[in-house]
Write a protein that binds this ligand. Structure first.
Ligand SMILES: CC(C)(COP(=O)(O)OP(=O)(O)OC[C@H]1O[C@@H](n2cnc3c(N)ncnc32)[C@H](O)[C@@H]1OP(=O)(O)O)[C@@H](O)C(=O)NCCC(=O)NCCS
Length: 256
């Protein structure tokens, strides 16, 4: 018999399932979804506060209405008669460097700023300014900044609040703040968006950049499933989907 290949993620034996060593039945009902996402991606259970932060990151990205490219792609494919899995997959495939994927890019760009700060022994503000000038000269945008709709994204403020409570804000968050200040100093305020906040926070939590867009995908799937099933059940096939001209007809604003 050939040598078996190895996986460190989940162990399956008859009547036993262990995720990263933990009995799944012990995790169920005790560990939140955010904590289990952290466990499966990072290999360890997070502290209670980091688990809360992970939950908040996932909730923050669950949906953003009918205009994001992932939603339009999923609805468009659904309107052709595709299945739920095909339609959701189409939405997921549109999560790339300008949508959702800004998380990974932002984290990498913030790391560049941190490296520059240390290499040149300058402040975060100075390093951010130099980095942004160089990016502008190359025609590269700073991922995770700017938004088509929001000037003060309600999700980012809450995420930073929870990250501070969890003691999870370190150099990437400081670098992100310096970028915001640098844009203001240039007379072109570009607020950090939810992707940027998640990128900075996940980087400070030690997530490798190549996993980060996956966190957004994990979070957005429920929203895509809701949009696809609404499309399939209430719209006619092959309709022309206007990306902008639509109204909301769900519940009025309410509180928990
Ligand atoms: C999100 C985004 C597409 C919104 O763009 P928009 O509000 O429609 O703005 P525009 O693309 O028309 O750009 C307007 C100006 O701001 C600049 N700008 C916008 N976002 C910028 C960024 N992140 N970095 C540098 N410059 C930026 C553009 O270069 C442009 O400058 P100009 O007027 O000198 O040509 C844009 O801010 C962006 O590309 N951000 C980075 C990617 C990102 O974070 N995506 C996730 C969104 S949640």
């Amino acid at each position: 018999m050939t040598e078996p290949w190895h996986t460190k993620i989940t162990q399956i034996n008859p009547n036993e399932v262990r995720v990263r060593g933990y009995d799944i039945a012990e995790l169920m009902g005790r560990v939140s979804f955010g904590a289990s996402v952290y466990l499966i991606l990072m290999g360890e259970l997070p502290s209670e506060k980091v688990a809360r932060l992970m939950d908040a990151i996932i909730v923050s990205s669950i949906d953003h209405g009918a205009t994001p490219p992932s939603c339009l792609a999923a609805r468009t494919v659904a309107s052709t008669g595709a299945s739920l899995s095909q339609s959701v997959a189409a939405g997921i495939m549109s999560i790339n460097k300008h949508h959702g994927g800004a998380i990974e890019n932002c984290a990498r760009q913030l790391s560049e700023i941190i490296n520059r700060k240390h290499a040149m022994d300058i402040s975060f503000d100075e390093a951010a300014k130099v980095e942004l000038d160089q990016m502008k000269a190359k025609g590269v945008r700073m991922s995770g900044f700017g938004h088509r709709v929001h000037t003060a994204d309600p999700r980012t403020a809450r995420l930073f609040e929870l990250a501070t409570e969890a003691g999870a804000c370190a150099e990437h968050v400081l670098a992100a703040r310096a970028v915001e200040q640098a844009f203001i100093a240039k007379g072109k305020p570009l607020p950090i968006n939810v992707d940027g906040a998640i990128g900075a926070i996940l980087a400070d939590l030690g997530f490798p950049p190549e996993i980060m867009n996956g966190v957004f995908m994990i979070a957005r799937v429920p929203g895509l499933v809701a949009h696809v099933t609404e499309e399939q059940s209430s719209q006619k096939p092959m309709r022309k989907i206007d990306p902008v001209n639509h109204t909301y007809s769900g519940p009025e604003a309410r509180t928990i």
